[in-house]
Design a protein around this ligand. Sequence first.
Ligand code: CTP
Ligand code: MG
Length: 225
Amino acid sequence: MSAVGVVAAAGSGSRLGADRPKALVPLAGRPLVAWSVLTLLDGGVDEVVVTVPAGERDAFAAVLPAGVRLVDGGTTRTASVRAGLAAAGDGADAVLVHDAARPLTPPAVVTRVLAALAAGARAVVPVLPVVDTTVVVDADGVVTDAVPRAPLRRVQTPQGFDRATLVAAYAALADGVELTDDAAVVRAAGVPVTTVAGDERAAKVTVPHDLHLAELQVPGLQAAR
Ligand code: CTP
Ligand code: MG
């Protein structure tokens, strides 16, 4: 089975508030997007396409391995992944869509996703349990209900798909509909989505505190590699 990675890296990172697009922000001296691309390659993906913010191609090319293809993203994540998928072509059996904003995802997560696809899954996402008590509140912030958390999962990336299934699901998604991840796109097309174990280290860098936590994890990770 051959697999292409599509890295969504075209966001601005408004909540992080850095002086450059989030994917180019350094973590232990290496831009987030470079960490994410290397994780996919280390985990067994054959080639990678990165969606970049308009006008940033040269800056991204300078920090990524040769052979990684770059394509302009869109104004939403959904539009960016559409562009990345189109650029990925039809050569691979599988597609793994990954957020540049999850730089410390261990390659073992990639390997688990690939293994599930090789075993016949059409769509697979890495997930973690919800450990906090989870409640519903009303408009005033008053708790109205508690949600049984045993069946709840937090969904991470990379999310893996049979390539033709994901392409067909994006083609069937009406223009202008924005979903927060790719599994939601295939679920909207009626495709079952299976799960594998995610990893806390695959946490998304969203706000400055997340980047600080990621910095603290790097020494241990490098020792483990
Ligand atoms: N993304 C993308 N194209 C967009 C928006 C987001 O490729 N138009 C990517 C981001 O680069 C990121 C991933 O989708 O790797 C997850 O999005 P998020 O964490 O929300 O990143 P940003 O949109 O960049 O951040 P913010 O929402 O704070 O502006
Ligand atoms: Mg965003």
